[in-house]
Design a protein around this ligand. Structure first.
Ligand code: THU
Length: 131
């Protein structure tokens, strides 16, 4: 499947990033089964730990709108960097719970993208079923 449109939209989303500290813009675009797309970007804070990543903003926003993991067809995460952007540990934990294990996650830069999923990015994740 060609995910270039999703990658392009994620780069559009990255233009809205609030990044006064790192100047590192990240964008995300979730594709939903009803055809809707939801954008996310990173929003930083002077208390650095209060920063929120682009992909978590996108997935949280989808959940706020009532969507759930089965509604998600794909998630693109992009940044203009080399090596490719890859979700931080906190995002992997969140995506392990809020996305299905094999839903495509597209990691993109300006020139190319790579398709993976949360099962590959975070094997043996701690999940709610263990509680
Ligand atoms: N960031 C994301 O938004 N997503 C990632 O997958 C990695 C890191 C953000 C957080 C911070 O605003 C900036 O990139 C530098 O760490």
């Amino acid at each position: 499947m060609d995910y270039q449109i999703l990658v392009d939209e994620a780069f559009q989303a990255s233009e809205k990033a609030y990044i006064p500290y790192s100047h590192f813009a990240v964008g995300a675009c979730l594709l939903l089964k009803d055809g809707k797309k939801i954008h996310g970007c990173n929003i930083e804070n002077a208390a650095y730990g209060s920063t929120m990543c682009a992909e978590r903003n996108a997935v949280f926003q989808a959940y706020c709108q009532g969507y759930r993991k089965d509604d998600i067809l794909a998630l693109a995460i992009v940044a203009d960097c080399q090596p490719l952007i890859s979700p931080c540990g906190a995002c992997r934990q969140v995506l392990s719970e809020l996305m299905n294990p094999q839903t495509p996650i597209i990691l993109g830069c300006k020139d190319f993208y790579q398709v993976t999923n949360i099962e590959k990015l975070m094997p043996l994740a701690f999940i709610g079923e263990s509680l």
